[in-house]
Design a protein around this ligand. Structure first.
Ligand code: ZN
Length: 84
């Protein structure tokens, strides 16, 4: 099988998150349901889905690997090392 693109998704521990302080957000957003629908649709469209460990995916620079700490309100990545 030839895949056009690769889509990487966080391998989220939904049950664990539902027992944390993020519980209301997790339930409101229906993350688990969205994840399943997204993976199913993308798979049918010929996308290769790769589940990756979520640890560090929001802090590590995708260009140079430098760790850039962010809080939950920061939605934009600005790397001081490579200026991405
Ligand atoms: Zn960088």
């Amino acid at each position: 099988m030839i895949f056009e693109d690769i889509v990487a998704v966080d391998k989220l521990n939904i049950k664990g998150m539902a027992n944390s302080r993020l519980a209301k957000s997790v339930h409101d957003a229906g993350w688990g349901e969205f994840n399943e629908i997204f993976i199913n649709k993308a798979g049918r469209a010929g996308q290769l889905i790769v589940k990756v460990k979520p640890h560090g995916t929001s802090t590590e620079c995708s260009n140079c690997g430098h760790k850039v700490k962010k809080n939950l309100l920061q939605r934009q990545h600005n790397c001081p090392q490579c200026n991405l």
